[in-house]
Design a protein around this ligand. Structure first.
Ligand SMILES: [Zn+2]
Length: 306
């Protein structure tokens, strides 16, 4: 049984670190208690997905699995297949939060993707988000219908995704089958290092209370023919990231990554409030004079230049 959902103690404010200045200027976002809870769940769920992704690298490396195409895409598919394959509603939420995480990350980049992003090892954030959505709707079109509808994810694409999900699942399962062993148990070394600063310590505590590393130890500790002693470490790294180090046999999740996801969701909450406030203002203005001609942005035409 996966117990990462065990709720963490209420933190009344999130710390949000900037993307390239980890843990330096920290701002507290004023959120409602409900938003804090939702935000914590978002942070934990994104950590789970990312840890499954790193565990994917671990399996490829430990078993010497062949990877056709980009490994980053392949292990995103693997984490999706494993999380969705459990057919568990809590894990479905993990997937949804994770897709939202990549969408928010994409939106946070005001100038859009740069050359470096195109040259990088990963797909673009928005592509990663849609790939995850594809796996989600491919695995359970009915459960994720509302979510896919909200993204206007095309019906035709959803049908292709059903096949893509099956293909990804069958390919991974046949590759892994040779490395599964009935009754096999692997011992992992789980460590949450002290964060070294108060702001990040809050996230270290959140991850620890939610048992994120233990979840990985449980899921990958049963049935896989892995040697004991793989380390699962939470720590302050000086960068917002997570890693698999093959030489050290260690998965590292950086607390800065959790702080970064908290910043994404806190911004989203704040932007939503701003939008609501400006909507109210418009409504009030209009209510005074109903006959007044209203500027309707939806009727603006894009006129071709002569
Ligand atoms: Zn990766």
């Amino acid at each position: 049984m996966i117990s990462y959902q065990s709720a963490a103690a209420a933190m009344l404010a999130f710390s949000a670190a900037c993307l390239f200045q980890p843990a330096t200027p920290v701002r507290a976002a004023e959120l409602t208690e409900e938003q804090v809870e939702e935000g914590q769940r978002f942070v934990v769920n994104n950590a789970i997905f990312i840890l499954f992704h790193e565990a994917g690298h671990m399996l490829v490396s430990e078993f010497g699995l062949p990877v056709l195409g980009r490994e980053e895409d392949a292990v995103d598919a693997l984490s999706s297949v494993l999380l969705l394959g459990a057919e568990d509603e809590e894990l479905y939420t993990t997937m949804q939060d994770s897709a939202d995480g990549w969408f928010l990350l994409d939106e946070a980049k005001e100038d859009g993707p740069q050359e470096d992003d195109f040259m990088g090892t990963h797909g673009l954030d928005r592509q990663r988000a849609y790939s995850i959505v594809c796996m989600m709707t491919g695995a359970n079109a009915e459960f994720f219908k509302e979510f896919a509808d909200s993204l206007e994810f095309p019906e035709e694409r959803r049908q292709e995704c059903a096949f893509e999900y099956q293909k990804a699942r069958d390919s991974w399962m046949s590759l892994l089958a040779a490395n599964m062993k009935d009754g096999a148990k692997t011992k992992f070394e789980v460590t949450y290092e002290p964060a070294g600063n108060e702001d990040l310590q809050g996230f270290a505590d959140l991850l620890k209370e939610a048992n994120v590393l233990e979840t990985i130890a449980t899921v990958f500790g049963e049935g896989y023919d892995l040697k004991d002693g793989i380390k699962l470490t939470g720590k302050t790294c000086g960068t917002e990231n997570a890693f698999w180090y093959a030489g050290d046999r260690e998965i590292t999740y950086c607390y800065e990554m959790a702080a970064f996801h908290a910043g994404l969701i806190a911004n989203w909450f704040e932007n939503q409030e701003e939008e609501e406030t400006s909507d109210d203002a418009v409504a009030e203005d209009d209510s005074g004079d109903e006959t007044e001609e209203q500027a309707d942005v939806s009727t603006v035409k894009l006129k071709k230049k002569d």
